[in-house]
Write a protein that binds this ligand. Structure first.
Ligand SMILES: NCc1[nH]cc(CCC(=O)O)c1CC(=O)O
Ligand SMILES: [Mg+2]
Length: 338
């Protein structure tokens, strides 16, 4: 005998809501989980001492000098966040040829040495790209017409990556989108004996308007002016091309693979993870952060609820890790609920 009081096709026997009824059964069937192990915290560093400069378009995010960054890093370590991603603000020393990018006494190598000396267990990821160092704000070297030159840029990126590895960077992260840079950097690292340095390739990096606040933060917006990055970053219309880019970076020897931006590109994260089955990372970029902050500031969204939902959605899409400006906040919440 059916227990259905209304044994008719008008009422269902199959009820997905049963499992949603109570907290215990919701927990038992939960497929994805966000953990502090998934978080990478992007930070901005500048020269000097006792400097903290809030980034107007990224409330809660500041550019700061090394002494202050060490305090922030201590917080990240206390929360057991696995790694920081370091972005420099270069105020003087920008040039056409970006020579400051491989100065062994430059800002990035000094900050990497200090971080690794103080917090050996904290992973330090450095950005390999020329945009903080070029007077024109492009990620590579340009010709007379402003075209970003691929192979000439590779020579510079190789020097920059070696400089970061020599300073003790655990992971170098080429975010420039030049062709062949992963292979070139991998070969240079091996030849120099840096066999443990990981490469996090920004493999599928789109030419996105969501990077706006970041360009304010590192001060490359003014230098870039009306310029754009369409000749090297990917067209937001493309998906198969992202798979090809990741496949190339696999064959060139990268260890970790990034999709960027995050929320509008969840389909790309899913395809990379399902089709290529590699360690997959996603960058919740500055514009995504700014959107959530702005809506929260207006009282239009519950900030904590929406950023935790967004981070969980990256996990559901297949990401193994997430670069997020919310890393400290998320880690605190996860700790509270642990
Ligand atoms: N090498 C450039 C770089 N590295 C990280 C970001 C964006 C990160 C963010 O928006 O949070 C960018 C912006 C760009 O390509 O202009
Ligand atoms: Mg590529």
């Amino acid at each position: 005998m059916s227990q259905n009081r209304f044994p008719s096709a008008a009422f269902p026997n199959i009820r997905p809501r049963r499992m949603r009824r109570d907290d215990f059964s919701r927990r038992l069937m939960r497929e994805s989980r966000l953990s502090v192990d998934d978080l990478i915290y992007p930070v901005f560093v500048l020269e000097g001492e006792a400097r903290i400069e809030p980034v107007a378009s990224m409330p809660g995010v500041s550019r700061m000098s090394l002494d202050k960054l060490l305090l922030l890093a201590a917080e990240a370590v206390a929360l057991e966040i696995p790694a920081l991603a370091l972005f420099p603000v270069i105020e003087s020393g920008k040039s056409e040829g970006a020579e400051e990018a491989w100065n062994p006494d430059g800002l990035v190598p000094r900050v990497v040495r200090a971080l690794k000396a103080r917090f050996p267990e904290l992973g330090v990821i450095t950005d390999v790209a020329l945009d903080p160092y070029t007077s024109h704000g492009q990620d590579g070297l340009i010709d007379a017409k402003g075209y970003v030159l691929n192979d000439e840029t590779l020579v510079a990126l190789e020097k920059q990556a070696l400089c970061h590895a020599a300073a003790g960077a655990d992971v170098v992260a080429p975010s420039d989108m030049m062709d062949g840079r992963v292979g070139r950097i991998r070969a240079a690292l091996e030849a120099a004996g840096y066999i443990h340095t990981r490469i996090l390739a920004y493999s599928a990096k789109y030419a996105s308007a969501f990077y706006g606040p970041f360009r304010d933060a590192v001060g490359s917006a003014g230098n870039l002016g009306k310029g754009n990055k369409y000749s090297y970053q990917m067209d937001p219309a493309n998906s198969d091309e992202a798979i090809r880019e990741v496949a190339l970076d696999i064959s060139e020897g990268a260890d970790m693979f990034m999709v960027k931006p995050g929320m509008p590109y969840l389909d790309i994260v899913r395809r990379v993870k399902s089709e290529l089955r590699v360690p997959t990372y996603v960058y919740q970029v500055s514009g995504e952060y700014a959107m959530l902050k702005a809506a929260a500031a207006n009282g239009w969204l519950n900030e904590e609820a929406v950023f935790m939902e967004a981070l969980l959605a990256f996990k559901r899409a297949g990401a193994d890790g997430i670069l997020t400006y919310y890393a400290l906040d998320a880690a605190r919440i996860l700790k509270r609920h642990a």
